[in-house]
Every structure is written in structure tokens, then in C-alpha cells.
Design a protein around this ligand. Structure first.
Ligand SMILES: [Zn+2]
Length: 238
């Protein structure tokens, strides 16, 4: 092997090595131990979630198995309390295996054929909306959806669940959220590289805008940049 070839191989190894290490690969064990302690210590839900159906209470208690989940339940409860409202979860026969935040602390749902993992990650997603916009009608800003899906992704990574978001014939949207996650540090609540975060955020916005659920015909729109993930930033898990 010539010296130049050897150097090229060396560079390739270094590059590959750095790509393989994602922030989420680290400290898996450290994440699990404190989470179990939270589960044991905290069995009572905040007052703002006392009126929801039993099956939803079980899901909310399931969120307490992770720090990020416990922090979000408390963060959403705080937002509801400040708005003087309580969470409502309303079963809707007409919905099909979905959850839908409609504003004023209310989520419509129907999850007859969903797995527990899928239910938990969607409840997490809807709680982000409750914390974002506890009172009044929805803003229909697509950036609120990107934050909710990004949070859902981190929750899945930390609880060992398969992240599922807007799956159709491809995984394009999930890939965009995973790319965005690379530039956000959930441990500090900050972007690791602000310009790359904004760039990846714009790409995720463009992708979600293509989905029939989030079309402009349904009132969805994109607000001005720069984009932030205010609720996720407040869930710092250290
Ligand atoms: Zn949403």
C-alpha cells in the first residue's frame, strides 16, 4: 500500500468512527437507573390529569418510567395549571388509531389496534402540544409539530421504543427528524450547532408539509425562523 493510500484508509476509518457515535448511544445505563427510581417514587399524577380515562392514566404513569417522560407530564401540568384548565382525553369513534390535540387541553383519541409502545409515544407527543399551547385554539404552525415529533423521537430512544412518525410508503419524515436530532442535545436543552439545527429544521418542515395530514388546505402554515424547541429545552434531563 502506498503512503497516500494508507492515509486515505486512515481518514476513512476516523470519519466512519465519528459518524457511528451518536449522542444517544452514550450513558444508556445511567439513564435507566434513575428512571426506575422515579417510577417507584411517583405514582400519583398531577391534579390536571386526574379527570382523564383510566387507560390514559396508565399511559401517563408509563411515561414516568423515563426522566424525560416524567419531566414532560409535570411541564404539561404546569402549563395547564397556569391556564386554569385541566387535561381532557376524549374517545372518538370516528378516529382510526390516532391521537389528535385540538386545543384547550383536549386530546381526541382512538387506539383500538395500537401497541403500548405506540400509545406511549403518541401520548408523549400530545403532551408536548399541551405544554406548547395549553389554552385556546391551535396555531396550526408546523414548527410545533416538528418539536412534538423531535420530542417523541428522544422519548423513544430513551425508553427503548421504535420511533414511528407519519409512516407511509417511506420513512422520509422519520429520517428528517433523526437528522434534526443530531443537532440537539437533550441533556443541555440546546442546539449543538445552531445553523445546522436551523437547516435541518427547515428540511423537516418541508417534508411534513408534503404530508396530507399537514397540508395548507387544512390550515397548516410555517412561521418565521429561527425555530426553537422551547418545551423540549425545558425538559433538560440532567
Ligand atoms: Zn402533533
Amino acid at each position: 500500500m502506498t503512503r497516500i493510500n494508507f492515509l486515505l484508509v486512515l481518514v476513512a476509518i476516523v470519519l466512519f468512527g465519528s459518524c457511528a457515535e451518536s449522542p444517544l448511544d452514550m450513558d444508556q445505563e445511567n439513564l435507566i437507573l434513575p428512571d426506575l427510581q422515579i417510577m417507584n417514587n411517583k405514582k400519583e399524577l398531577p391534579a390536571e390529569f386526574q379527570d382523564v380515562p383510566l387507560i390514559i392514566k396508565d399511559a401517563l404513569l408509563g411515561l414516568y418510567e423515563t426522566k424525560i417522560g416524567a419531566n414532560l407530564v409535570n411541564r404539561a401540568a404546569e402549563a395547564l395549571k397556569n391556564s386554569g384548565i385541566k387535561a381532557r382525553f376524549v374517545y372518538q369513534l370516528g378516529l382510526k388509531n390516532t391521537f389528535k390535540y385540538i386545543g384547550n387541553g383536549c386530546v381526541e383519541y382512538n387506539f383500538a389496534e395500537m401497541s403500548t409502545d405506540d400509545i406511549l409515544q403518541l401520548v408523549f407527543h400530545e403532551l408536548i402540544h399541551m405544554a406548547q399551547e395549553p389554552k385556546g385554539r391551535l396555531s396550526y404552525l408546523l414548527e410545533t409539530e416538528i418539536e412534538a415529533y423531535l420530542g417523541q423521537y428522544f422519548y423513544c430512544m430513551m425508553s427503548g421504543k421504535e420511533f414511528k412518525a407519519l409512516r407511509g410508503n417511506n420513512l422520509n419524515f422519520e429520517e428528517k427528524i433523526k437528522s434534526l436530532a443530531q443537532f440537539f442535545d437533550i441533556y443541555t436543552g440546546k442546539a449543538t450547532n445552531e445553523s445546522m439545527f436551523q437547516h435541518a429544521f427547515l428540511i423537516a418542515l418541508a417534508e411534513i408539509g408534503l404530508h396530507p395530514l399537514y397540508g395548507s388546505d387544512k390550515g397548516w402554515k410555517i412561521g418565521p425562523s429561527p425555530y426553537s424547541v422551547r418545551i423540549l429545552s425545558s425538559l433538560m434531563i440532567n
